[in-house]
Design a protein around this ligand. Sequence first.
Ligand SMILES: Nc1ncnc2c1ncn2[C@@H]1O[C@H](COP(=O)(O)OP(=O)(O)OP(=O)(O)O)[C@@H](O)[C@H]1O
Length: 614
Amino acid sequence: METLHEKGASTRGQISIHTENIFPIIKKFLYSDHEIFLRELVSNAVDASQKLQKLASYGEYNEEVGELKITVAFDKDAKTITISDRGIGMTADEVKKYINQIAFSGATEFVEKYKDKATAGETNIIGHFGLGFYSAFMVAREVEIITKSYQPGAQAVRWVCDGSTEYELSEAERADRGTDIILHIAEDSEEFLDKYRLKGILEKYGKFLPIPVEFDGEVINTTTPIWTKSPADLTDDDYKSFYRDLYPMSPEPLFWIHLNVDYPFNLTGVLYFPKLDGDKFQMKREKIQLYSRQVFITDEVKDVVPDFLMMLHGVIDSPDIPLNVSRSFLQADSNVKKINGYITRKVADKLNELFVNDRAGFEAKYDDIAIFVKYGSLSDDKFYDKAKDFALVKNTDGKYFTLNEYREHVQANQTDKSEQVVFLYTTDRNQQDAYVESAKRRGYDVLLMDTIIDAHYINALEYKLEKTTFKRVDADTLDKLIDSGVASESVLSEEERTRLKELFEQTLNDKSLTVSVESLPTDELPVSITMPEFMRRMKDMSALSGEANMFGSLPGGYNVVVNANHPLSQKLLSTEGATQTTLTQQLYDLALLAQNRLTGPSLTAFVKRTVDGL
Ligand SMILES: Nc1ncnc2c1ncn2[C@@H]1O[C@H](COP(=O)(O)OP(=O)(O)OP(=O)(O)O)[C@@H](O)[C@H]1O
């Protein structure tokens, strides 16, 4: 039985810390967010309650456990906030040991002592920093503890400390086992003496705590959220309704992944693939909530979750993530790295499973999934290796192919003279329609690569796929895009071709344009405008990165390709003077128009010229 040495008297003593000034430091810097005090104290109450449950289950506590509800109450007049639990409580010696010795964590000792008895994943003790309790001094000018140990016949004790290094410990009255933490709120923290404020904080951090927490006559938490259950016991509706709880305004998720791992680290959670809808490019971060043993910690999951999965929604719960330490430490933490790898693997496995089991369903969702697959493939080679079998490409007819299937599909028709298979693509089906249609007329297939990440994805695929080149449909004339090595016959003589080239150069009078005359099929446009693939990619990249580099600032870069075999070319050569100039300009403008690039005064002039000619 625990009693104070001098029964009835109170003891005074020094809190054993090495610096006198630790409290101001705690107050200011331990947590920048003062509301955290409530999370810490309620977590301690949860710990104490769970410890009691454990002792009971180990047969070391044989009395009635009863209801283990934690209550949080406040008194505006007395300016107090009280957190009460019916957990294991503390003897006077334990108060001295656990409360007075800052940074000595009772929790660590407890786990150490019971770890042999606890089965994996069962060590549900929140605290292991030994400082949580002292966060009370961020908001309180004085903290009082009234506690009574679960041990038979234990004497209740009262500990008071005003935030200096002095404390007072005396005997007290408490009917039942457990602990009351009474905070005498400091003047500058009176904002916390407010029903809505307290409720808000409790709901933020404690919505899923494993022990019921009552505030203002209501229990604020669900003690067994779905991630603590076994997937076998859950239905689709359970997952969907949990999602609705977390994100009331969001459309139904596409699918989800239940995470559950014990070794080499402990992690549970449910990650949802959201329906991104029109929001595809907007990286919606801060949608994953991080918990530690059901205590909400943060929605800043950077470093814990791979960057490309930051757009997922859901909950991750891990006691193995160091939470109160700096970011740089977090990055170097080996558990965090393993967790990262694990999540990546689970996501890849889930996608593969969907692909294999339900190809049609997978395709139906693919437009939403694509961004994860692409971003993942770009940022993580291991993910790419898994994803290459289920990553899909979509052509302009809306058909989906895996990369291998697509290669098979186009190989016969789209292999050039250097044995490269050319994947043609469009970044804008409407704007590049003329080019897409002429490619299709030749029996070529065209891929849709119209999302912002595709430029990078194409680079990565070219690097990874053997003997494969991507070319945008308007990068060159079709003969050159897929160069069979067989030159087409020209109906014009060499001299006529030179005249044609000069005619365009003089009429357009623009040094940034390169004019070439080529022998194309007669059903191709008389004039078309192309931009070499390499040049365009460089320009796109510099536009994307927002950095002005030499490619970004280069003007034009366009080629004007005149089709020597088109009947209009011959007609052009047979005219002269103003008629010839007008016709040349008109053909060039039509080429621009076919690309939806004829605007402003040039468009006005074109319309007038056309009307005049009718
Ligand atoms: N409500 C409580 N009931 C019983 N013991 C408590 C209670 N609150 C605190 N303690 C004891 O005081 C110790 C120190 O608490 P403190 O919050 O400072 O550290 P911790 O919980 O071990 O770690 P953390 O910093 O992560 O919270 C606890 O480990 C526990 O032994």
